[in-house]
Design a protein around this ligand. Structure first.
Ligand SMILES: C[S@@+](CC[C@H](N)C(=O)[O-])C[C@H]1O[C@@H](n2cnc3c(N)ncnc32)[C@H](O)[C@@H]1O
Length: 211
């Protein structure tokens, strides 16, 4: 369903996909949709996974959990698919069988599911630095409240950003809600965007939100 909400992401398509990636998009992606998951179990969500490095880390370090990654950027989805599938057989590798991919706006997924998540990760959300684009920022108080409804008891929302102005803005948004939060010193989580460090800051800052 196409929603009328303000778009929080940039481009959906990058360069042309290789034949293998197109094949994976057509043949593997539908089989690992979060729509196919059974209700029971521990679920972890990553929003805007980019190329999916951290989704893969989550899958191998939380082998008992189902990791759901949401990302509307087609080339990112294809990159993750390519990394989790065997180069020869194109089957999903055993260590990544707990990954599910939602190739679209996470807000549509959240409307469709009543699953609860023990962790919700948002690493380097688009900062939309220009004042006229501020309304495109994903992590508004309203959206954070929506995410909190999808947390299991003692569940956490973990946010990382190297854009310190956005960091402060998110903290201000949280203060208008009833959610609790902390800003712990954490070891840097390496992702593609973090490596680019477009904001030219020293290191990402992290926020952990709880109900
Ligand atoms: C700056 S990139 C960071 C990607 C990755 N987390 C990393 O650190 O390399 C932000 C990503 O969030 C995605 N995004 C933005 N709005 C989204 C939404 N509503 N649902 C899911 N993903 C979204 C964008 O498509 C983009 O790939």
């Amino acid at each position: 369903m196409q929603n009328q909400e303000i778009r929080t992401f940039g481009r959906r398509h990058g360069k042309k996909l290789s034949a293998r990636k197109l094949w994976l998009m057509e043949n593997i992606l539908p089989a690992i949709s979060p729509k196919n998951i059974k209700k029971a179990g521990n679920f972890i969500l990553e929003i805007g996974f980019g190329n999916g490095e951290h989704v893969r880390d989550l899958a191998t370090t939380n082998t008992e959990s189902v990791i759901i990654g949401a990302e509307p950027f087609v080339n990112g989805v294809a990159a993750l698919l390519s990394a989790i599938c065997d180069e020869k057989t194109n089957e999903v590798l055993p260590e990544y069988k707990n990954i599910r991919i939602w190739p679209d706006d996470v807000r549509d997924l959240l409307r469709e599911t009543d699953s609860k998540f023990s962790q919700i990760w948002v690493l380097h959300p688009d900062p939309w630095p220009k004042a006229k684009h501020e309304k495109r920022r994903l992590l508004s108080a309203e959206f954070l409240n929506t995410l909190a409804k999808h947390l299991s008891p003692r569940g956490q929302i973990i946010i990382g950003t190297d854009h310190w102005e956005y960091f402060d803005w998110i903290c201000e948004q949280i203060k208008t809600t009833k959610l609790k939060y902390s800003t712990p010193d954490m070891e840097t989580i390496h992702t593609r965007y973090q490596q680019k460090n477009k904001a030219n800051t020293v290191a990402p800052k992290y926020i952990i939100i709880e109900k």
